[in-house]
Design a protein around this ligand. Sequence first.
Ligand SMILES: Cc1ncc(COP(=O)(O)O)c(C=O)c1O
Length: 410
Amino acid sequence: MMDCLSARRYQHAALGDRPVVRLVPDNLAEAADLTQEFYGFQRPARVHPVGQQARQGLGFPDWALIHDPDRAAFALEVVKEFRVQAKIARSRPGAAKDGMVAIGERLGRSVPHFLPSFYEECGRTFLALENANMATQFFNKAREAEKVHALQVDENLRRDTFLEFALAGAVARYLPLQLPDFSVDWAALEGLINSKTRAILVNTPGNPCGKVFSQEELAQLAELAQRHPHLLFITDEVYEHIVFAPARHACLAAQPGMRERTLVISSFSKTLSMTGWKVGYVFAPPHLTAAVRASHQFLTFCSASPLQAALAEVMDRLPAYVDELAAEYLQRRDLWCSLLDAAGMPSRVPQGRYFVISDVRSIGHQDDVEFCRWITQQLGVAAIPASAFYHTPEAGRALVRWAFCKGFDT
Ligand SMILES: Cc1ncc(COP(=O)(O)O)c(C=O)c1O
């Protein structure tokens, strides 16, 4: 199936006579116009047919933005050549680098203002292939191009791109919670922190273990934060409303001194039983949300707007609903834990969310993956091997995760 591509030229009051031109397959033309309209652009005054390409739909790279419709055919050609090099990069990074630099030299002769975006895109290709060295080289070439061609630089955009590359190259260090009660080894946590550590990620209520950080533990984290003033904290609290008494969910950001240093991430997925719809929010001071907005642009780009509108409608009714929800889950938790007990697989009763972990060594199994395959095939009951959740799979080798977000008949 072939798509006809057109270059659509949009004007925006804020951009003066500088147009924005997008290469759009004709079947997406109306959608592209509507999207641009949403951002305040006028309907396209000029539409140039450019060529044909195998159908890619939304996969067509939008980074091929140009500012002159007459160059649209040239841009399309560059996109095709770039794709060839991106494929070569998988097996022959050196050759792909030479190919990309050659494209860059051609671009430099006709549309030098496009070079920084082009080299950043080359860098992204290598980042996706986990070749940080090549990615860095192209990131540097982007900056060099700005200097050589004396391009005007938007400091904010440059900072965003830098963040994107810096974050992508970040090194994660992991601290498994300690069995049997999923406690924190505070000395080990402190031992992982060094001058390069940027942030600590905390998940409470936790998946897969169901741990809810207590007030004392959150206070301990706040004390640790005082000892390491360069650290930020990122909390994943998507199960905040599925917590069972006496446990209570509390926000790390509410601890003294933590509000300015914590990014709270939550979601409606679990609260409104709509996993997969991906609507959530980040709560943090503006200087931190600036970075989140920049990353969001590069990661998910946009959210499901109709769902956001629906959520705004039901917001007032949430408090009553979440109490009901937690009560429903509590009944299921107690039932499922008693069934596991009866089956000889005692579990640690989770303090929150709708999963429970049990150790299958108690019934003579040593390997969680094998156990899960066996029970799914033989008994028609599916569980998740918990080793998949660990950075070092060995740490979860005999643990399995059961989900009790089901009807009682199930
Ligand atoms: C701990 C945790 N955080 C985040 C998510 C993702 O939430 P969402 O569906 O809003 O992307 C999940 C979903 O499984 C989760 O378990």
